[in-house]
Design a protein around this ligand. Structure first.
Ligand code: GUN
Length: 297
């Protein structure tokens, strides 16, 4: 029987642990604060940011949201970031990506105070992750690592294939899997749009993380029997629904579920974990900035 990995349930456990951290911080007189910044008219980005704000409220994190006009200058966005960096009640600053084309994404990420970079995207934090001394692990790959641990999927000695090399998911995912220590020690291959013969790379994979951003890209014929398949994709495809679209992963669920040992659904797999790990990083940031020990879940 294929095991369906329940990201909602694991995320609920992480949120409960985060709520305990919020209590510990409150005892020390600290209310953790997360600032989200949206410089986009994209409905999907608007939805993601409002869900992040709702999550904050649920666990007792103070959510602060700033909209920056999508036509505004990069300087306007930088001023907003500088102001949030300087606020004592803001412990985490997140600029929702993508930013408009006239704004340099790298410059945005460098502008965020690395101590408040709860996405883990600032080059200093990327460097620390690669060096095996992470300050804030990026939320999606960290969430995947937590899911694997929750379902006792052994990474030590496993052959893992990450499909996708984005800065947000693919690269940090591979870095986490390859690190020495719990949740790591995997022999890790990163595949991408220029990979030749993807099928042969997947043939021995015990763990597959699909993060290509292509709807139903991975099908059952590509997966070895018993593999654990983690679907990071959230693709909106046109459909005859009230919303006019449906959400589809990077994995063709039915065909892969016939072969895999364990699989994450979309929705309800990785997505809730990404959101939960942002809360985790926010209480971690608040603890670091106020020298309060929090017992992270
Ligand atoms: N856009 C898509 N995923 C993410 C994420 O994890 N963080 C930010 N800041 N933007 C995103």
């Amino acid at each position: 029987m294929t095991e369906v990995i329940d990201g909602e349930a694991v995320a609920a456990d992480v949120r409960a642990g985060v709520a305990d951290c919020v209590d510990t911080l409150a005892d020390a007189g600290v209310t953790p604060g997360l600032a989200t910044v949206l410089m986009s008219d994209d409905p999907a980005s608007e939805t993601y940011v409002s869900m992040k704000q709702r999550d904050c409220e649920e666990v007792g994190i103070e959510g602060i949201h700033v909209d920056v006009d999508a036509d505004a200058s990069a300087a306007t966005l930088f001023e907003t970031i500088d102001e949030l960096n300087g606020r004592d009640d803001v412990h985490g600053v997140l600029v929702q990506l993508p930013v408009p084309a006239h704004v340099d994404r790298r410059e945005v990420l460098r502008r965020i105070d690395p101590e408040k970079d709860v996405d883990g995207f600032h080059p200093e934090n990327v460097g620390r992750l690669v060096a095996g001394d992470a300050r804030y692990k990026p939320c999606t790959p960290h969430g995947v690592q937590k899911l694997l641990a929750a379902y006792d999927v052994e990474t030590d000695g496993a052959d893992a294939v990450v499909i996708g090399r984005s800065d947000i998911v693919g690269k940090p995912m591979a870095n986490l899997l390859v690190q020495k220590g719990p949740g790591g020690n995997a022999t890790t291959t990163v595949c991408h749009s220029h990979t030749s013969d993807l099928e042969s790379k997947l043939a021995d994979a015990d763990i597959v993380v699909a993060a290509a951003g292509i709807p139903e890209f991975v099908d059952g014929s590509m997966i070895t029997s018993g593999a654990t398949v983690i679907d990071v994709g959230i693709n909106r495809v046109d459909a005859d629904t009230d919303r006019g679209y449906e959400l589809v992963g990077d994995v063709a669920y039915d065909s892969v579920a016939d072969v895999a040992g364990a699989i994450t659904p979309v929705p309800g797999g990785v997505g809730p974990m990404t959101r939960a790990m942002l809360l985790y990083n926010t209480v971690k940031a608040a603890g670091r900035q106020h020298d309060v020990d929090v017992d992270l879940p």
